[in-house]
Design a protein around this ligand. Structure first.
Ligand SMILES: [Zn+2]
Length: 58
């Protein structure tokens, strides 16, 4: 089972979120510590889909 590191849909850098190839995420809040944004993503069949970008205020 391979580890897959999710990439930030904004800055394309590696996030701290790891999934497996058979992991399924739906409406998952992916936080990027590089651009300090949260992205609502889904991860299905080894493909990540970005649904929404959310600015973190404060
Ligand atoms: Zn980012």
């Amino acid at each position: 089972m391979d580890d897959i590191w999710l990439y930030c849909p904004g800055c394309k850098r590696k996030s701290r979120i790891k999934v497996y190839e058979n992991t399924t995420l739906i409406h998952f809040p992916l936080y990027c510590h590089w651009c300090r944004k949260e992205f609502i993503i889904s991860f299905v069949d080894k493909k990540m889909l970005m649904e929404k970008e959310k600015e973190i205020s404060g």
